[in-house]
Structure formats: C-alpha cells, structure tokens
Design a protein around this ligand. Sequence first.
Ligand SMILES: Cc1ncc(COP(=O)(O)O)c(C=O)c1O
Length: 487
Amino acid sequence: MSKANNSKIKFYSGENIPLELHKVRIVQKLNLVPIERRLEALKEGGFNTFRLSTKDVFLDMLTDSGTNAMSDMQLSAMMHADDAYAGSQSFARLQQASEDVLKKKYLLPVHQGRAAENILSRAYIKKGDLIPMNYHFTTALAHITENGGRIVELLYEEAYNINSSHPFKGNINVEKLEETIKETGVENIPFIRMEASTNLIGGQPFSVQNMRAVRNIANKYGIRLVLDASLLGENAYLVIQREEEFQNATMAEVIGIMTGLADIVYFSARKLSSSRGGGICTDDLKIYRELEALVPLFEGFLTYGGISVREIEAMAVGLYETLDESMICQSPQFIEYLVNTLVSAGVSMVTPAGVLGAHVNAMEVCKHIPQTQYPAGALAAAFYLISGIRGMERGSVSNQRDEDGNETYADMELLRLAVPRRVFTLSQIMYVLDRLTWLNDNRKLIGGLKFVYEPSVLRFFMGRLAPVSDWPEKLMAKFREDFGDSL
Ligand SMILES: Cc1ncc(COP(=O)(O)O)c(C=O)c1O
C-alpha cells in the first residue's frame, strides 16, 4: 500500500505531517462572512455551491480546475508570449513540452478538456456506438450522448466499495471489457476511454499493469485507446507510491509509459499543467488528420486553439513541472492527511485517499436523507453554511436523467473537497477538519433538497434547489449555540 507521507522528511515527534515544499510569494485576501450571511448566500444561489459568489466563500474547495497555484516560472514565461494568429513561437514551445512530457509527436490545442471531448466525440462517434471506460466524467458523458453514443462503465466491484484499501480502484475490469467487445462488436466501439485518477469515484488511480492489459485487448481487436490525462500527474505519483514495479521510477518514466500505451491522449490543462487550455496528442498522423479540421472550426487556429498565448506559455512550463514529484506530491499528501484524520474522527470518507480532493461519503453521513432528496447536495450546502468552505456535490445532482426523463441515481453520493495544488496552508486544512467533524457530530440536523429549476443538460452547474424543510435555520441555531459569536 501507500508509502508513508513525506517518507523522505521525518518529524522528530513521529507525526505524519504533510510539509509544504514551496513558499508563499503572492497572496490573495480571503473573506469569512458570518453564518447569517452564508445562509442568505445559499438562498440566493439556490443551495447549489456552483452558484455562490467567491466574496461569500472562505476556502474554495469546489475544484482544482483552473485554481491550482501557478509557479513563479509559469508567471514569468507568460511575459514572453508571442502574439500571432498563426505560427506563434509560444505554440512551438508548447508543442516541444508536449513532446518531451507526453511523448507524442502531434498536438492539437483546445480551449479546455471538454473541447477535446467534443472533437473526439464528433470525429469518432456514430449513433448507437458504445464507449467502454473505467468511469464517466460529466462532460465526457455529455459529449458522447450528445453525439448519439452510449457508455459502459467497467470497474471492478472493489471500486464501489467506499471503505477499501485497494490501491487501484480506477482499474478497468479487463474480463468484462473483452466480453463487452464480443457482445457489442468491434464496429460499434470507436474507442476505449481510460480516465487517469478517476474523478467521480474519489480520484482513484489505475495501475500501469491494468493499462497494459487494456492495451493488449485494444490491440487484439483493433480498437483505439484514449487516455483522459487531466489528472495524469497524480495518477503517475500514486503508481510510484503503490505499484511495486515502479517504486524507483521517475515521474517522467511513468508518465511516458502511460501515454505510450494510448493512441490518443487528451487533457484539461486547467488540471494537468496548472494553467488554462487543453490538448489532444497522438503519434498517428492519420488520427491527427481526422481531428485537425475540427480545431479551427470550434476552437481557433491550429497554433492557439482558443487559448491565449500567455496561457500557452504557462501551459508549456506547467507540463514540465508535472514531472516534479516534489510538486505533484503536495496535494495528494494533504488529501491523505485530511482523509486519515477524518476517518479517525469517525467521518465516513472514500478510502484509500485518492487525488484531487478528499471525498466525504454522504450516503453514510446523511443516511437519513433518501437519494431522492440528494444527500450529497444537502451535505455540500450544510458544510458551506457552517464553515464558509465551498465543496462540490458529486452524486445524483451531478448525474443526468435518462432518455425517458427518469432520475439515474449515482452509485456514490460524495461531497468532494478539492485540494488544488499548493493553494492551502496546513492551518486551513485544520479548520476543514474541525468544522467537518462538528458537522458529522450534528449530521442529524441536515435535511434534504429538491430541484426548483432543473436545466436538461449538466444540471448541476446551473440548477437551483431548495431545502425540503427549515433545516438550514435549525443547523444555524445549533452552530450559534456551540460557537457563540465565532465566524
Ligand atoms: C477527468 C476530467 N476530464 C475532463 C474534464 C473536463 O475538463 P475542462 O473542465 O477543462 O473542460 C475534467 C474537468 O474537471 C476532468 O476532471
């Protein structure tokens, strides 16, 4: 299982404390508004944390997308960007970085991860096609279904076990993959999708061994293998921590092996390189040609793809920095600290700790709330109310209805508390621990939610909900009773 945190830096006390390997040079002031204002903000935002304004948010743990701290090297690189519609030198530098880090010859720039999903889905999916994958991501699923495709999720049973010690819950079930291909027919499977650090099941990685097995099946049947590399750095870090064969490997080696096993690698640069933008890479000229025309159509010219040249420079440097284990380890170590401490305090969490964030098991914490009343959404709203911390619902609210308009309840109801790279300090993490432990002790006071405005696509972004009773007021009263006039 996982090597100890900070295995290279031990504390005299013997405590396992995540140590920041960076210093703070630029700061941004935060606001912690009183709980009465937080309740108003929730009402204004339809009890949907996406609709909160940052002026009402203390710690923004909504996502790591576009919120990772940038390095001094990234910021300085932005100053020598080459403004040109075509043939920009900034793009040449990005292409070089992509070749060096992701080991693929061709790069198509796109404005963010879902733009890559749009292009891949348009290029390859025809009505009725099936895309086997370890697990869906919201935007990937939306683009696949938008183009007439369907998905099948092929995880092993263990992945659905919230409390587990399995090191690679993101592994594709290779036996089921082969069965699925035989049943569906190769002609109806344009590609297999593997998502690094599988986001919606708690940021859980897959192993290189599993990816090799999937590659063998892809070869056997002549199907393309697509890697969603948005969280590849963290997946590679956990491979080094957890997979025997790679315990002495470098990040560059593991990343190179993983991208080498895929025909197409796409990513959200908002995550992978702590910048903005996204990309699609391949070594196959035929694939490049099949996708190329869609970039000027939807994104921008082939040497900027809808991304500002300054961000392209930051992206290039960010890609190289992804190879730095002492940078990548920061967020997973904070997450592991959060998860292990919360588990010791009796809070039900997804284990083992994954990447991207700590995931609270709302199905257990709010087991008195039926799935029809969105326990993870309710927990996200309640946690914001009592702490000013904004997390993200990753449960049934984030699911989309089926073709007949029926709810498709999520396999897991999670509150995700994202830990963007190098953003929070340890005392802020202690505050998260304190408030979440209090909420867990007072969980019976949390009630359910109902939709009052429900968009048909990606409803979790814009939807509005309302509490089914006056539970927020009661929770606020208990907070005041216990914390007095504390913020
Ligand atoms: C695994 C994964 N794939 C794709 C995306 C979509 O990327 P973007 O938000 O840049 O469109 C995300 C975003 O969070 C993601 O986590």
